[in-house]
Design a protein around this ligand. Structure first.
Ligand code: SF4
Length: 444
């Protein structure tokens, strides 16, 4: 139990992916259950936690620069507790305590459930703790607070953690451990708890949700889990991320026909259009197989939204390999693409590979690819002009002058309304399409 006389406010800075957002929410939920209050200001906080990402070099730099700023605060108020969690914490472990004497706590990716006892030891015994042994803890050894998510329209829910794939460029299997799926009953219970607090859309999370496997003998697979979650009354939409193409089964593709609440969108990373590079990446599919999966999804619905990740400038990527990636983008017409320059991650196979490309070449390829994708995104969005979309309204537009929400295909749409429609599901006619958003009119 945390001594709330010594500790009242907590501040969590979250970097990286939705899994980190979920982990920060989980810690926040536990802390609030113990009587702590959240603050947006680190200067006011008694507990500061930085939830880090190490997927790319830039993310590392961002985390350490933020740590530097938090250390300045700690130097002024030495009684506060300063912690780091997430992938950098898992990777560096105790070494972080040695390097940064101001740091009190390093929380590994599977240790969030033990936050209260760790804080107790720090505050009452003056200990400094690094808890990063993945083999010691299972992924979900805690209970959420029953009120933490009140007022939210959308929420994430982790169904599994870890990854067995070892793509040659990726650090995740080393920092998140091997795949471990949560029991179906726990997930359904958590989904019901979220819906009870007002959540209308849930995004199921995992490093590779397609290989979800739980129950006796691993009998419960992902499509069955989706069906059971879809039965929850009051839940309107289900999404999931991330999917690995090699594990995308026919059953899962059929789930998009059978389950009405399942949004017509899939994030399906392809990484490269060249089979030679895919092999070096250890992705275990070919570009042809990838394209077959996409056409099965678009056969269900031509408007089915496909977003993806691609890496530019992988070691040894030739002009011809890069051209194959551009060809694939041309053919598939992704709705959106998250594109990155390759960067070495220490400890991965790709970091040891020869024929690294120089930064200028990588940057130039990235620009060519992004220019092409912008055309494709606009093209896909323009096809929606004149159509009516079902929209879950989640707030105001960036400028604050209109209401804003997401279509089932996960596109942002802004529109005017005389009444407050935040939290509602409404019909909006698309009038104009841009690269990053749509604009429309509310239909009564
Ligand atoms: S599937 Fe590959 S890219 Fe995704 S987390 Fe696992 S190793 Fe990393």
């Amino acid at each position: 139990m945390i001594n709330t006389k010594k500790m009242k406010y907590y501040y969590i800075a979250t970097m990286g992916c939705q899994m980190n957002e979920y982990d920060s929410d989980s810690i926040g939920s536990i802390l609030q259950g113990q009587g702590l209050l959240s603050t947006e200001s680190p200067d006011k906080a008694d507990l500061i936690i930085i939830n880090t990402c190490t997927v790319r070099e830039k993310a590392d730099q961002k985390a350490f620069s933020l740590l530097g700023r938090m250390i300045i605060i700690k130097k002024k108020r030495s009684n506060i507790v300063l912690g780091m969690m997430g992938c950098i914490a898992q990777q560096e472990g105790r070494a972080l305590l040695k390097k940064f004497p101001e740091l009190d706590l390093v929380i590994g990716t599977r240790e969030k459930g033990n936050i209260s006892s760790m804080l107790d030891r720090i505050v009452n015994n003056g200990e400094r703790i690094a808890a990063t042994d993945i083999s010691l803890t299972s992924i979900h050894n805690f209970k959420h607070s029953e009120v933490f998510f009140k007022g939210r329209i959308k929420s994430n829910l982790s169904i599994m953690e870890g990854c067995n794939n070892f793509c040659s460029y990726c650090i995740v299997p080393y920092v998140r451990g091997r795949e471990e799926s949560r029991p179906q009953e726990d997930i359904v219970k958590e989904a019901k708890m979220l819906v009870k607090q007002g959540v209308k859309e849930i995004t199921l999370l995992g490093q590779n949700v397609n290989s979800y496997s739980a129950g006796k003998g691993g009998k419960v697979k992902f499509p069955e889990l989706l069906k059971n979650i879809a039965e929850i009354e009051g839940l309107h939409r289900i999404r999931f991320t991330t999917s690995h193409p090699k594990d995308l089964s026919d059953d899962l593709i059929n789930a998009f026909i059978e389950i009405e609440k399942l949004c017509q969108h899939m994030h399906l990373p392809f990484q490269s259009g060249s089979d030679r590079i895919l092999k070096l990446m250890n992705r275990k599919y070919t570009s042809k197989e990838y394209m077959r999966l996409v056409s099965m999804l678009r056969d269900i619905n031509p408007g089915f939204s496909i977003t993806s990740d691609v890496i530019v400038g992988f070691p040894g990527e030739s002009e011809d390999d890069f051209k194959k990636t551009l060809d694939l983008i041309e053919k598939i017409e992704f709705d959106n693409l998250f594109s990155f320059k390759y960067s070495d991650r220490k400890g991965t196979k790709a970091a040891e590979m020869p024929d690294k490309l120089d930064e200028t070449e990588k940057a130039s390829r990235l620009k060519t690819l992004q220019d092409l994708q912008k055309e494709k995104t606009l093209l896909r969005n323009k096809r929606l002009e004149g159509k009516t979309e079902e929209v879950l309204v989640d707030g105001l537009s960036k400028l604050g002058t209109q209401y804003s929400g997401r279509t089932g295909t996960n596109k942002i749409i802004n529109f005017n309304s005389d009444t407050n429609v935040i939290g509602d599901i409404v019909k909006v006619k698309v009038n104009r399409a841009f690269i990053n958003s749509l604009n429309g009119e509310l239909l009564i």
